[in-house]
Design a protein around this ligand. Structure first.
Ligand code: ADP
Length: 243
């Protein structure tokens, strides 16, 4: 990503302790508007914790998170204008696809007309309009994950956060969804922060990859940079090179 692009998200010296355990240590990271950044690293390296702090589900022990230049530490989750997709997409089994997507809108008191409009738009974004009346059990895993995506997009958020969203899918579906998410990113100009422990997934999908190790970023760069010029032995080994 060009450095001339305006920075949209900034983690400024973020540290997070759980009790005595330091899981994110003095971390700096800037993300541009419209950028697709993967947080890549082994299990337990602090990726999800960073994402949860960005979403507002966790608070940093110290440091600031800025969105468009403004510190958002004190801004509650629902006012951060972010859509979140987890691995376990947890659709309501007794509700239709349309009702699953409408649910968060109804919770916030939107009227029926606006709810319907937004549901239609969100389903259109993930190309699932034809399945609006189906139950989740009548969908494939990939389709269910796309419903979860639609639910995250229904407020048309500025930022979409994804935590191992494809982890539960088999290889073929996973590859299809990788393409779908890339496509969505391009079409909608979304800023996406994507957590994964899968090297090839991060390398194929992202504009930039941040390689995590023990609560710190070992290297951040384009997939090419991280792959061709690993900055540390850890990165080289984790990416699968042994230079
Ligand atoms: P990753 O996403 O890279 O797998 P996490 O951010 O989930 O890593 O976890 C980083 C570390 O923080 C792990 O050691 C994990 O056990 C610990 N951790 C995560 N959430 C909590 C919590 N709510 N309470 C205590 N420890 C936690």
């Amino acid at each position: 990503m060009e450095s001339s692009l305006a920075e949209f998200i900034r983690f400024d010296r973020i540290t997070k302790f759980y009790g005595p355990l330091c899981v994110v240590e003095n971390l700096d990271l800037g993300i541009a508007k419209g950028e697709f950044v993967s947080l890549l690293g082994p299990s337990g390296s602090g990726k999800t914790t960073l994402l949860m702090m960005l979403a507002g589900f966790e608070q940093p022990t110290s440091g600031d998170i800025l969105l468009d230049g403004t510190a958002i530490n004190a801004v509650p989750t629902h006012k951060r204008d972010m859509g979140v997709v987890f691995q376990s997409y947890a659709l309501f089994p007794h509700m239709s696809v349309g009702d699953n997507i409408a649910f968060p809108l109804q919770m916030r008191g939107l009227n029926k007309a606006e709810t319907n409009q937004r549901v239609t738009r969100a389903l259109d974004m993930v190309q699932l309009s034809a399945l609006v009346d189906r139950r989740p059990s009548q969908l494939s895993g990939g389709q269910q994950q796309r419903v979860a995506l639609a639910r995250a997009l229904v407020f048309e958020p500025r930022v979409v956060l994804m935590d191992e969203p494809l982890g539960a899918l088999d290889k073929q579906l996973r590859e299809q969804m990788q393409l779908d998410i890339r496509d969505l990113h391009r079409r909608l100009g979304l800023t996406i922060v994507f957590v994964t422990h899968d090297q090839s997934e991060a390398l194929t999908m992202s504009d930039r990859v941040a390689v995590f190790n023990k609560g710190k970023i070992e290297q951040i760069g384009t997939p090419r940079q991280v792959y061709d010029e690993p900055a540390t032995r850890f990165v080289a080994e984790f990416i699968g090179e042994t230079n």
